[in-house]
Design a protein around this ligand. Structure first.
Ligand SMILES: [Zn+2]
Length: 345
């Protein structure tokens, strides 16, 4: 019954045109976020999420500029916490993870178009001391996907948690699911595939450095935190969650001198206790808004959701399609919540 109700709502949601949605689901601001923009292949990233070509990103910026009004983090913060008015059709842009291309590729485009942006950084990666385990995974997948690579399942037979997978595709999806606690296993796979993470790190310096972060802040961009280690917070104890949020925000504060540092959740805030997050913010008043990845869904007042802009080709058409999907998902969710409320009564 619930399934029929949900799929009926999904069908109805697809009949509502984009132009009508803002009238039935009013939002003061829409948020979009990206990770990487470059015309270079970025093998350490491209198997995690799409790397957006420069022209496509610029087309997306122009589309947003023509149809919305960009606001910076400060205006959003003042609106949420002090009720300051926003322009109609406000949009806020952000980037996660802190790749060097945020400085070399994204920043010049944003400056040219005078568009504000917030960059959320994984603070243990600042200045390139280590290679992020997710980037190691992507480099391994790059190596596995090379047409010349002869996949021999037996070569991986001795790995702990023996994947026992006989197809390259299954091995790749198993590898993709490994997380930070499995890093020594990822390192063993790197070794077997002759992926030299240290050499990649030294040669490519893939993350932002302090001087660039300070320059971006001086140029008017907002710098936020994205945890210290990019672990999924739901897997951690409350003390560890607090340290990941507060300590990463404090690190950014020390680099930029900002009084308030906003934060974005790696992966998502799904399942995290909102009262715990509220208590963490109370204990560390320098923590600003928290940003999640659930499109335009509403959450508690201190959590702002964002639309993942890389999901489809990020051309002008692509972004409006992504926005339409976000409205559809949020509308179905709200109708489901309404249905539950009515049933309880
Ligand atoms: Zn991230």
């Amino acid at each position: 019954m619930k399934k029929i109700f949900t799929s009926s709502l999904e069908i109805i949601s697809r009949m509502i045109p984009l132009g009508l949605y803002p009238k039935i689901l009013s939002r003061d601001v829409i948020d979009f976020f990206y990770h990487a923009v470059s015309d270079e292949p970025m093998p350490h990233v491209r198997h995690l999420y799409p790397v957006v070509p420069v022209d496509d990103f610029e087309a997306a910026l122009i589309y947003l500029k023509e149809n919305y009004t960009f606001i910076n983090y400060e205006r959003l913060h003042a609106h949420i916490f002090c009720g300051a008015p926003l322009p109609p059709k406000a949009v806020h842009l952000s980037f996660d993870d802190g790749y060097a291309e945020c400085f070399s590729v994204v920043r010049p485009l944003l400056l040219r178009h005078q568009i504000p942006c917030t960059f959320f950084l994984t603070t243990s990666l600042i200045d390139n001391p280590i290679l992020f385990y997710r980037n190691k995974q992507s480099l391994c997948i790059e190596s596995l996907k090379k047409s010349t690579f002869n996949f021999q399942p037996l070569a991986f037979d001795d790995l702990p948690g023996n994947p026992a997978l006989d197809r390259k595709e299954s091995f790749i999806s198993w590898l993709k699911d490994l997380r930070l606690p499995d890093e020594s296993l990822i390192d063993q796979i790197c070794e077997k595939l002759e992926v030299d993470g240290q050499a990649f790190l030294t040669e490519n310096q893939p993350y932002l450095i302090r001087a660039q972060i300070r320059q971006m802040h001086a140029e008017g961009f907002t710098i936020g935190a994205h945890t210290i280690t990019h672990r999924k917070l739901i897997d951690l104890t409350p003390t560890e969650i607090e340290a990941e949020i507060a300590d990463s925000c404090r690190s950014v504060m020390n680099i930029t001198g900002q009084n308030i540092v906003s934060f974005s959740f790696p992966h998502s805030a799904f399942g995290l206790d909102r009262s715990l997050l509220s208590a963490i913010r109370d204990r560390h008043p320098f923590i600003g808004l928290l940003f999640d990845t659930k499109g335009i869904r509403k959450d508690v007042d201190f959590i702002q959701n964002r639309i993942w802009a890389e999901k489809l080709p990020p051309t002008g058409w692509g972004l409006s399609k992504i926005l339409l999907n976000a409205y559809q998902e949020a509308w179905v969710d709200e109708m489901m919540a309404l249905g539950r409320k009515l049933r309880v009564k």
